[in-house]
Design a protein around this ligand. Structure first.
Ligand SMILES: *[C@@H]1O[C@H](CO)[C@@H](O)[C@H](O)[C@H]1NC(C)=O
Ligand SMILES: *[C@@H]1O[C@H](CO)[C@@H](O)[C@H](O)[C@H]1NC(C)=O
Ligand SMILES: *[C@@H]1O[C@H](CO)[C@@H](O)[C@H](O)[C@H]1NC(C)=O
Ligand SMILES: *[C@@H]1O[C@H](CO)[C@@H](O)[C@H](O)[C@H]1NC(C)=O
Ligand SMILES: *[C@@H]1O[C@H](CO)[C@@H](O)[C@H](O)[C@H]1NC(C)=O
Ligand SMILES: *[C@@H]1O[C@H](CO)[C@@H](O)[C@H](O)[C@H]1NC(C)=O
Ligand SMILES: *[C@@H]1O[C@H](CO)[C@@H](O)[C@H](O)[C@H]1NC(C)=O
Length: 897
């Protein structure tokens, strides 16, 4: 060490005179050598500063090869590192167009010396910053985003341009808070290396998926590196995973004011690192495309999300049946085992809607086939299930076997004719990988023939096995070998000068060569959008085939995938930790606009236990998408396979879910129409309560239902936080006494703690065996009074699966409102869907603190009510009110004075 220090001092003497390396704090160093193997020599060759951290850290100079060391960098940019300068400014219809240029090259090959910067004032709350090559058109993400050609007059943000060195500063007009500030580090824009940084307004960052981590990234004392490049790997921390969502939300804490939020989205699909450091600051490093950055000014967190979804598209409205319970396993191995499972589920009286099969039901793992020996009779079974109101979903992988005997496998042969498979670099030969069925070709879903081909082969299979939804797995795309059966080239796509911190160290790790040709662009650019385009094609195919609202479940997703698909968190494991991580994951995917999301309940890999599976079924009953899925070789984990007692606990949670489906369905409608998340973290609703910012073991459904699962093995209590408001236990209706703090709740294995927030009317329905059978069952209303004696709610209802119920207005939309603690009105604002009786049977009013002496329904005295003094609950029962016959109906009660 002494030897090294002497060396360092020697270098500083000789080099630091011409560089501005002085730093008062480690946290403001921006890493100039993020690759493995940094050394003083290599650092200085980049014209950067090399110094030990001022404060001692545990960083080792020799970096591990698997994961890059993330901490105070030794090698960092001097303040005078050469970068771009402003050359000209032009006022345009959309805002401003700047030209910037540099004269000195950086350490990366092919610097782009002349850049154009467009500042597009798209809306009052949305700024788009585009930085691109002035001379040559570069790759841009083929996502349909709004094109704004005229600047808005008034904006909530201000933009300032610093000419030399070039940087941009975006601030919030009302408070002066920084929303984007690139002055902290030099802009580098080379052909395959684009890097820029921004200061953050607080050290709390949310979003940036898909990664396995807690909800909040608190970088107060932490350096963090997140990598983006879609990848098939069982979710573990600190690696790139299945999907790519470079979107984050950053709160702005100013003393004495309400917390505001802003967000950023980097519209870029190339392999990317995002580094976070305690300054606090964020650095984007991407290896292609352009800088296309959106800044959203909120100011509420839901506003930020709305502004983001305005760019990427709103989530699809899922079919009603997909809100039910889904059951799947890899390794039924035979139709008899599958039938036995269905029978024991029915015999045990579990509500459930959707039966799935995994790849073991395929013949030789070939897409669009079923095993006619082990799953003989599958088509009939599917029809029987459908006749009883259940639905069936099967798995489809993108890899299409290319080695079947000629004339036997139409998907491949038709694909060849239609030219839809990906090709090797600069060649007409197909690029081949290896997946479940052996050697496979990979469809290019950006090819103009691909959707038709996909629709045709899916349709031919649908004629045999009439599936209701498509489960598209392995679409990172995943391959069991690196690159291809013939390896990869040595060109700059397969061997870029800089590789982000991807698992496996190379871009072709367990996927195709980045140089593979797709119709639109090389795979190098489109890799992380593979699942996006497959979901888009599958959604279109299902619409054509079934002429109903499609249900797609995709493992790999990109920004905007929510328009087409639901998502699950992939191949998790049966551990309590995995169960916990599912909560931040579903909350994040809601921010990413993929609201219909869940995790494999009870765990996919490893063997579950009765305790874990009970807890997880209880939690999963409150995921937007609820599927129990099990891996090959594990013992059964369908609810009916457990003890009578465990079954009762699971069933209770399932009945809670099924009774709340009208509420869930309405939330999906709101997500699709007005861009609201289905589930959200507590701080979304209580932004001025600092205690809520790192809570990720609880979450809120809509704005009204707080779920506090027990996530700890062997415990029977849970410590739950109740933000200051009125809360009632669900379904009992008992009021929570202590709010504004953590409270210990009883949480025996038989119970999940769920609470309803005062101020909300929750539409519910009496559950049936499945959602089809129960569709016409009576509705009930849960009216949770606020401290002011008011509450409101709404209900969207249609036939559940037509494609155009909104366009044709064939739906019902009701609003519920409680005022003055005594008057409940039901407004049928839209009442065009008449096929289902919308009978209201029961109203339960919580928080009624005076005796009720009489009840009137539509002006007439109504005798069937009960008032529970102890719990302060009013129950109006035996109703038979059709909620859509009159535009307004009233239920009023009189309180004893
Ligand atoms: C360095 O590591 C040791 C042992 O792991 C730990 O006790 C110490 O707190 C660490 N120091 C810093 C500055 O992180
Ligand atoms: C930028 O371009 C202008 C005009 O061509 C030129 O005068 C100037 O020297 C350039 N600046 C740099 C830093 O290259
Ligand atoms: C940059 O732009 C200038 C004109 O402003 C032009 O003369 C020069 O050739 C351009 N440089 C490159 C590398 O394209
Ligand atoms: C689409 O498929 C047809 C054959 O059906 C083929 O002639 C045509 O070249 C294909 N289009 C493209 C762009 O490859
Ligand atoms: C963030 O981390 C700092 C330092 O560890 C801690 O003091 C602060 O409470 C954390 N903030 C949140 C919201 O968790
Ligand atoms: C109830 O009344 C309070 C106080 O007037 C108001 O702030 C709140 O928005 C009302 N809530 C509903 C659901 O109408
Ligand atoms: C509000 O409720 C009180 C007590 O039940 C009643 O006396 C009063 O008339 C109600 N006001 C309205 C506007 O309905």
């Amino acid at each position: 060490m002494a030897h090294l220090s002497i060396l360092l001092i020697a270098f500083f003497i000789s080099f630091s005179s011409c560089q501005q390396c002085e730093q008062t704090s480690d946290v403001d160093r921006f890493d100039c050598y993020p690759e493995n193997g940094a050394s003083e020599e290599k650092c200085l060759a980049r014209n950067c500063c090399w110094r030990q951290p001022i404060e001692k850290t545990n960083r080792t100079l020799k970096r591990p090869t698997a994961f890059r060391d993330v901490n105070v960098p030794y090698c960092y940019y001097p303040k005078d590192f050469p970068t771009y300068v402003l050359q000209s400014t032009e006022t345009t219809d959309f805002g401003q167009r700047l030209r910037i240029n540099r004269s000195q090259s950086t350490y990366m090959p092919h610097d782009i010396m002349n850049l154009t910067v467009d500042l597009i004032y798209e809306t009052a709350q949305r700024l788009r910053i585009r930085i691109y090559d002035t001379e040559y058109k570069r790759y841009e993400v083929p996502l349909e985003v709004p094109i704004v050609v005229r600047k808005v007059d008034q904006t909530d943000y201000d933009v300032k341009v610093n000419p030399t060195p070039f940087s941009l500063l975006v601030t919030r007009k009302s408070t002066g808070v920084t929303l984007f500030d690139s002055s902290v580090s030099p802009l580098i824009f080379a052909d395959q290396f684009i890097k820029f940084s921004t200061k953050l307004s607080s050290p709390l960052v949310y979003g940036l998926g898909e990664h396995r981590q807690g909800l909040v990234m608190n970088i107060t004392n932490q350096w963090k590196k997140l990598t983006f490049w879609s990848r098939d790997f069982p979710p573990v921390q600190n690696i790139n995973l299945y999907g790519v969502h470079p979107f984050h939300i950053n709160p702005e804490f100013l003393p004495g004011t309400s917390t505001q939020f802003h967000g950023q989205f980097l519209l870029n699909s190339n392999a990317m690192d995002i580094d976070l450091q305690p300054s606090p600051a964020l650095t984007y490093t991407t290896i292609g495309g352009i800088i296309d950055l959106y800044v959203f000014t909120g100011p509420t967190v839901q506003n930020v999300i709305q502004q983001y979804w305005d760019v990427i598209g709103k989530p699809m409205m899922p079919p009603h049946w997909s809100l039910g319970f889904h059951l799947c396993r890899y390794g039924y191995n035979s139709i008899d085992n599958m039938i036995a499972t269905i029978k024991r589920m029915d015999a045990a009286d579990f509500p459930y809607d959707v039966q799935w099969t995994d790849i073991d039901a395929m013949s030789l793992y070939l897409d669009f086939t079923y095993d006619e020996t082990n799953f003989r009779g599958l088509p009939d079974l599917v029809r029987i299930l459908q006749a009883s109101g259940k639905r069936y979903v099967n798995i489809i992988d993108p890899g299409i076997s290319s080695v079947q005997p000629a004339g036997t496998y139409i998907p491949y042969e038709e694909g060849l004719k239609k030219n839809v498979f990906m090709r090797k670099y600069n060649s007409n030969e197909l690029i081949l990988g290896k997946v479940w069925p052996g050697t496979t070709a990979f469809p290019d879903f950006t090819h103009p023939n691909a959707t038709d081909w996909w629709t045709n082969i899916a349709s031919a299979f649908h004629d045999i096995v009439p599936f209701d939804g498509m489960w598209i797995d392995m679409n990172e795309p995943s391959s069991f070998i690196d690159g291809s059966t013939d390896g990869c080239t040595t060109n700059n796509l397969d061997n870029p000068p800089f590789v982000p911190n991807v698992l496996g160290g190379t871009l072709g790790s367990k996927t195709l060569c980045p140089s593979a040709q797709q119709y639109l662009f090389p795979h190098y650019n489109l890799h992380s959008m593979y699942g996006y385009f497959e979901a888009k094609a599958s959604n279109a195919a299902l619409k054509t085939i079934r002429n109903k609202r499609p249900f797609i479940l995709s493992r790999s997703t990109f920004a905007g995938s929510g328009k087409f698909t639901a998502h699950w968190t992939g191949d998790n494991r049966a551990t309590f930790d995995d169960m916990y991580f599912s909560i931040p994951a579903i909350l994040n995917f809601n921010m990413f606009g993929i609201t219909h999301v869940g995790a494999d309940i009870c765990g996919f890999g490893l063997e579950t236990t009765e305790e874990l599976c009970t807890r997880w079924m209880q939690l999963g009953a409150f995921y937007p998408f609820m599927r129990n899925h099990n891996d090959l070789g594990q013992k059964d984990q369908d609810p009916a396979s457990f003890s009578y007692q465990a079954q009762q606990s699971m069933k209770q949670a399932l009945l809670m879910r099924y009774s709340l489906v009208p509420f869930w369905y309405t939330l999906h409608h709101e997500a699709a129409m007005i861009s609201r998340t289905i589930v959200q973290p507590l701080f979304f609703e209580f932004p001025d309560d600092m205690d809520t910012y790192n809570i990720d073991q609880q979450f809120i459904i809509g704005r009204a239902i707080l779920v506090s699962p027990n996530l700890k093995m062997g415990t029977t209590t849970v410590s739950a936080y109740f933000p200051s408001d009125t809360w009632y236990e669900f379904p009992t209706g008992t009021k929570v006494e202590t709010v504004g703090s953590f409270t210990t709740l009883d949480a025996p294995l038989s119970k999940i703690n769920v609470h309803v927030r005062g101020g909300f009317v929750i539409p519910m329905q009496i559950p049936g065996d499945n959602l089809i059978i129960g569709r016409d069952n009576p509705f009930t209303l849960l009216v949770a009074q606020s401290q002011w004696g008011n509450a409101s709610g709404n209900l969207f209802w249609d036939d559940g699966d037509s494609i155009d119920s909104i366009e044709t207005k064939t739906y019902n939309y009701l609003e519920f409102s409680l005022t003055n603690a005594t008057l409940l009105t039901i407004d049928a604002l839209v009442a065009n869907y008449k096929d289902s009786p919308m009978r209201l049977a029961l109203i339960k009013v919580l928080g009624v603190d005076k005796t009720v002496i009489n009840v009137n329904v539509n002006g007439k005295n109504y005798p069937n009510f009960l008032y529970n003094v102890y719990d302060q609950i009013l129950l109006i029962y035996g109703l038979d009110l059709n909620m859509i016959t009159e535009p307004v109906q009233t239920i009023q009660w009189t309180l004893a004075s």
